[in-house]
Design a protein around this ligand. Structure first.
Ligand SMILES: Cc1cc2nc3c(=O)[nH]c(=O)nc-3n(C[C@H](O)[C@H](O)[C@H](O)COP(=O)(O)OP(=O)(O)OC[C@H]3O[C@@H](n4cnc5c(N)ncnc54)[C@H](O)[C@@H]3O)c2cc1C
Length: 469
């Protein structure tokens, strides 16, 4: 079946602004459009909006917020933009990076002031590549809380989320103008909804094995840890429409998913001084470069697994995440009074693990750097008892997608923009460049929330402009 229909369709109804996908991007866009007095309707395949947003830790990086100032943290949009580009090896679109960095603090303060989101800054550990403490999270440190609060804000503002509707085909008129969308309801009935502007907020292609194999072969056989509904519809429609696709090899991986429990173990366990070893008891790289590129590193180890080794001080930091508490309840964290005893419990070679651990202890004592380039620090010292969790590498979400401009407008192959088509979040090309190593922690929700809001504002302006002409 074709993925787009060329015009001439009859619509059951018509709305000004149609949004496909009720994740963070779609719901932020709907709120922004409503504030600009434009009616938005969000269509969502699932019965209850969740998406990858609900699976995330809900942490959004933002620079120069009042929450940072209250804790004496100095930061700027320019520093955040530089951090994003450094991690992306300069591959990210400069205008989009600038837009997300500059609008990150306004986004957090908007959700906080207007919709009562109780954000605070994570200040007891930092993620790789961020020059300042700038991860803003909700009390539970879960994406479920983020999506539930967004949904409740949307519902309180009388914005319709039409659930159990899967968008299947875009209906396209002259000049690439989107006329509407054909969707399938949960009961199998087909509906066609017309619109003045369309936002694709249906995330990427992590849940589509064929597209993962095509664009990210290194993760073709990896555990996919994102939402199964991320089927790559935006990329499929975009290809059919002649949209420019960018950075399709980029993705957010994670090298620390407890196995076989399938629970995310926060990277705080590494950044606070833990190490990661393989089944031979050996470290295999500088773990602090980033959790995203670490996914493939772990998958290259024997049995595609590794162990994070740390202590009670670090576990206390990790316990701020519900996921970590769940991992403890599930028995994923094992404890021992000494590193030698831990090696025996894990069935890894005792001498090799002791060598690695002792080297790390000595590097910490003199704040030294190891041969992989990892910098250790004195305050990262660990004390017995020690603990370990067996982890594997996973694909969290894809970062490639539709090329957009700084207002979320989708760009054609010839460089012009479509008249009324927008994309945000995982549906659009992110700011991480073309590899997993380009993903700076938080790029996912940063682009979903900030670009979702920007695209909602831009779509509203465009609808008014066309109505006035
Ligand atoms: C385990 C995990 C942890 C993460 N932690 C973080 C973090 O702490 N910080 C961070 O920045 N990022 C994190 N991420 C990434 C982040 O979750 C995503 O980048 C972000 O949620 C994307 O938001 P979105 O709105 O684009 O997509 P989603 O939240 O996935 O929403 C897309 C929605 O579109 C719907 N949909 C798809 N296709 C259709 C269709 N054809 N018709 C109708 N509906 C459709 C889906 O059902 C879904 O509800 C994490 C990801 C994972 C998996």
């Amino acid at each position: 079946m074709s993925t787009i229909i060329t015009g001439g369709e009859k619509f059951e109804a018509r709305v000004p602004f149609l949004i496909i996908g009720a994740g963070a991007a779609g719901l932020c866009a709907a709120l922004a459009a409503k504030e600009a007095s434009v009616e938005a309707v969000v269509i969502e395949r699932d019965a209850v909006p969740a998406g990858s947003t609900a699976l995330s830790a809900g942490l959004i990086p933002a620079a120069a917020t009042r929450f940072q100032r209250a804790k004496g943290i100095s930061d700027s949009a320019q520093t955040l933009a530089a951090d994003i580009q450094r991690k992306a090896h300069g591959e990210a679109d400069g205008a989009v990076v600038e837009a997300v960095a500059e609008n990150s603090a306004p986004l957090i303060e908007w959700l906080s002031d207007r919709y009562d989101f109780p954000f605070d800054v994570v200040d007891n550990f930092n993620y790789p590549g961020h020059a300042a403490l700038r991860m803003h999270g909700l009390p539970s440190r879960t994406g479920l809380e983020l999506i539930d609060r967004l949904r409740s804000a949307v519902e309180t503002n009388d914005i319709v989320i039409a659930t159990e509707r899967a968008a299947e085909r875009l209906i396209v008129g002259a000049g690439g103008k989107i006329e509407g969308v054909e969707m399938v309801r949960g009961d199998g009935a087909i509906e066609r909804l017309g619109c003045d502007a369309l936002l694709l907020a249906c995330n990427g292609y992590g849940g589509n094995p064929a597209l993962v194999r095509r664009f990210i072969p290194e993760m073709a056989d990896a555990l996919y840890f994102g939402h199964p509904g991320n089927q790559g519809d935006a990329v499929i429609w975009g290809e059919a429409l002649g949209a420019k696709l960018a950075h399709l090899g980029g993705y957010q991986g994670h090298g620390s998913v407890a196995t076989p429990h399938n629970i995310l173990i926060t990277w705080a366990v590494i950044m606070q001084g833990g190490i990661q070893i393989n089944g031979e008891g050996k470290r295999f790289c500088d773990e602090t470069r980033g959790y995203s590129e670490q996914a493939a590193q772990v998958l290259h180890q024997p049995g595609k697994v590794a162990w994070n080794i740390f202590d009670e001080r670090i576990a206390t930091v990790a316990r701020q995440f519900e996921d970590f508490q769940n991992a403890e309840r599930a028995g994923a964290i094992v404890w021992a009074d000494s590193i030698a005893a831990l090696a025996r419990t894990l069935h890894v070679p005792e001498a090799a693990l002791l060598d690695e651990w002792n080297e790390a202890v000595s590097l910490k004592a003199r704040s030294g750097r190891d041969h992989y380039g990892r910098q250790f620090a004195a305050e990262q010292r660990c004390e017995p008892p020690f603990c370990a969790v067996k982890v594997t590498g996973a694909l969290f979400h894809t970062q490639g997608g539709l090329a957009i401009d700084a207002r979320g407008r989708v760009i054609r192959n010839d460089g012009t923009v479509f008249p009324n088509l927008f994309a945000a979040g995982g549906a659009a090309a992110g700011v991480s460049g073309s590899t997993a190593a380009g993903y700076l922690s938080g790029n996912g929700l940063l682009t979903a929330t900030v670009l979702g809001r920007i695209a909602g504002q831009a779509a509203a302006e465009q609808i008014f402009r066309v109505a006035a002409s």
